[in-house]
Design a protein. Structure first.
Lengths: 128, 139
């Protein structure tokens, strides 16, 4: 590893062997988003009411809470992959590293909060 | 990774006449970012409000709707209408990209009409969905 130009430092090293997986997972989660988020929108529009009790009753069924958890995983994974590309295109040097770390915090933290909330409603709703 | 600012950049953004395919291409990125941040934060907020119990969810609904009519306040309505459009636009554009990934649809006319179709579908569906919500009182 020399200290020359950026292209000179990577030339001849070959690929990092991560690009194809990133590309493929972006498309796989695009497909799963299409199915799961369409289900979510249709499912919400089919509810007779959008008040607290109607929503808790809806989420207390595993046929609603499980696809919603899968949708959260699919959506947050997809947005992590997508925003990574946006950051890599516009941010360089150390700001890129900071932005990618913040993106990971957002994607993992957001998904964890959403899944916690869904499970809490699902388990409590079944008792009440 | 530092770029030498003394060297010229490719004029790729400035020398082309804008067409619908270029608009839809950059909109895919813009709407995706809006969905990721706006839609993501709103989804987590809504689910946490629901998990915080009946009183907590009532506070969330109270913030989003007006006390008298129960209708959405203008700012949440504006944000939700915007996110509905960015969501459908990103969805249509995403399906178009999946088709383009197969190598199809690169002929000039097909590519252009495909790009226009995503815009037409997203605007029409957004208008239809919000007409139903606002005028048939689904809330």
């Amino acid at each position: 590893m020399g200290t020359g130009t950026s292209i000179g430092r990577v030339r001849g090293l070959g690929s990092a062997h991560e690009g194809a997986k990133h590309w493929w997972h972006q498309r796989l989660t695009a497909g799963s988003n299409l199915l799961l988020v369409t289900w979510l929108v249709v499912s919400l529009f089919r509810l007779p009411l959008w008040n607290y009790r109607a929503l808790v009753l809806w989420l207390s069924s595993p046929w609603a809470s499980v696809p919603l958890i899968l949708a959260v995983i699919s959506v947050f994974y997809h947005l992590r992959l997508g925003l990574q590309v946006v950051i890599e295109d516009y941010q360089h040097d150390f700001t890129r590293v900071i932005a990618i770390v913040l993106l990971n915090f957002y994607a993992i933290g957001g998904a964890a909060l959403a899944i916690y909330a869904i499970l809490k409603v699902a388990f409590q709703g079944a008792i009440a | 990774m530092a770029r030498n600012p003394g060297r010229p950049l490719s004029p790729h953004l400035t020398i082309w006449k804008w067409g619908p395919h270029m608009l839809v291409s950059i909109l895919h990125r813009v709407t995706g970012t809006a969905n990721a941040i706006g839609g993501g934060v709103l989804l987590v907020w809504w689910l946490l409000a629901l998990a915080s119990g009946e009183a907590g969810y009532a506070r969330f609904v109270d913030m989003m709707t007006s006390n008298g009519s129960g209708r959405l306040n203008w700012l949440p309505a504006l944000i939700l209408i915007g996110l509905t459009w960015t969501f459908i636009q990103h969805l249509c554009s995403g399906v178009r990209h999946l088709l383009l990934d197969t190598g199809a649809g690169y002929e000039l006319k097909v590519n252009k009409s495909g790009a226009i179709a995503t815009l037409f579908i997203s605007v029409t569906l957004t208008a239809l969905i919000w007409a139903v919500i606002l005028f048939h009182g689904a809330s």
